[in-house]
Design a protein around this ligand. Structure first.
Ligand code: CO
Length: 170
């Protein structure tokens, strides 16, 4: 029997106002939220993404999923409690803005606090790709996109593509 994978969640694209909303704190981590997190992990994998925030699938609540080198994290109510001094430029992309990859400058290391799916509070230091993904996804929960952080020149270079996504994606 061949199992046909269905796209379980619909990705929200650039231009949809949901991506600009500030998401609400999760007050209780229920089975429903755990199920949504699992579905988000599957959706992220199907779309070959490294991270997916709840509002990218239309839910304005503060959680996201991410996968780096086969390690999955399900992150609820994230905060950055310390930023490292060093900033680095790395290329970013976003499932909600397909086909656009640009360099963004952000702190290389961060210290974070969040709740996992069991409701436990986790504090950890992140660097490299994890620090990058965490900052990108947390921005989503505040209605911020990585293209807000690129140079005016780069912004001009992608303006046509953005208009196209806005028109066709939603
Ligand atoms: Co994104």
């Amino acid at each position: 029997i061949i199992k046909i994978k269905e796209k379980i969640m619909k990705i929200i694209y650039y231009g949809n106002p949901v991506l600009r909303e500030v998401s609400k704190e999760v007050t209780e981590i229920t089975d429903e939220i755990r199920q949504i997190l699992d579905e988000m992990v599957e959706t992220m994998r199907e779309e070959s993404g490294v991270g997916l925030a709840a509002n990218q699938v239309g839910l304005t609540q503060r959680f996201f999923v991410a996968e780096v080198d086969g390690n999955v994290k399900k992150i609820i109510n994230p905060e950055i409690i310390e930023f490292g001094k060093e900033e680095i430029e790395l290329e970013e992309g976003c499932l909600s803005i397909p086909g656009i990859y640009k360099r963004v400058k952000r702190p290389e290391k961060i210290k974070v606090r969040y709740q996992n799916e069991k409701g436990e509070t986790v504090e950890e230091e992140l660097n490299e790709v994890w620090a990058r993904v965490f900052q990108h996804e947390l921005d989503h929960l505040d209605g911020i996109l990585f293209i807000d952080k690129i140079s005016p020149l780069n912004k001009r270079l992608i303006s046509k593509r953005l208009a196209q996504i806005k028109k066709e994606g939603n």
